[in-house]
Design a protein around this ligand. Sequence first.
Ligand code: SIN
Ligand code: FE2
Length: 216
Amino acid sequence: MTADFFDDFPPAQSSTLIAPGAALLHGFARDVDALLLTAFEALIAHAPLRHWVTPGGRTMSVAMSNCGLLGWVSDTSGYRYTARDPLSGQLWPAMPAVWLDLAVRAAAVVGYGSFRPDSCLVNAYGPGTKLSLHQDKDESDLGAPIVSVSLGLPAVFLFGTDQRSALLQRLRLVHGDVVVWGGASRLAYHGIAPLADGTHALLGRRRINLTFRQAS
Ligand code: SIN
Ligand code: FE2
């Protein structure tokens, strides 16, 4: 066998265009998964996962934390970005370099070469946890995309258009998948169907999602 045999190994990562300006990069984060998770453990030691209350007074089933200059928070007075963690009064932890690097590379693959996230929302799901259909629209510059990294148990990602009533795609996201949406799809409604139970080799009965934004 000649060395040429290995020139295309491992195979180039595949991607799926899911809507104008939106793509699923299959397994894009896999080769750095252990580094991503080490940083995750350090982050939640400083800014623990917690369940926010929605403006309507409902406690969210997804547990959340943040890193970067701004963090997404919710309480009965509304959704917003804050520089400090309301639980501790401290600034949110800095965005880990390995996270930032991954998000910048993923955005660039989909054509968003100038994406420089200043905020990352961390979402933690257990069996049965879901995230209701919503738009990400609390960011001041909607010209920048959203980059979303999935780790752990598989999930069904619901992805529509900017019309709430539009038909939804149901995309299976597995460990290491990255979804990028911007441009014409930036205000697409999206959510996560109730998580099926299972056990993941690195994360057990959990799914972790990292959602990078240019919030300021
Ligand atoms: C989100 O919309 O903030 C998270 C989506 C996901 O968990 O994949
Ligand atoms: Fe979202």
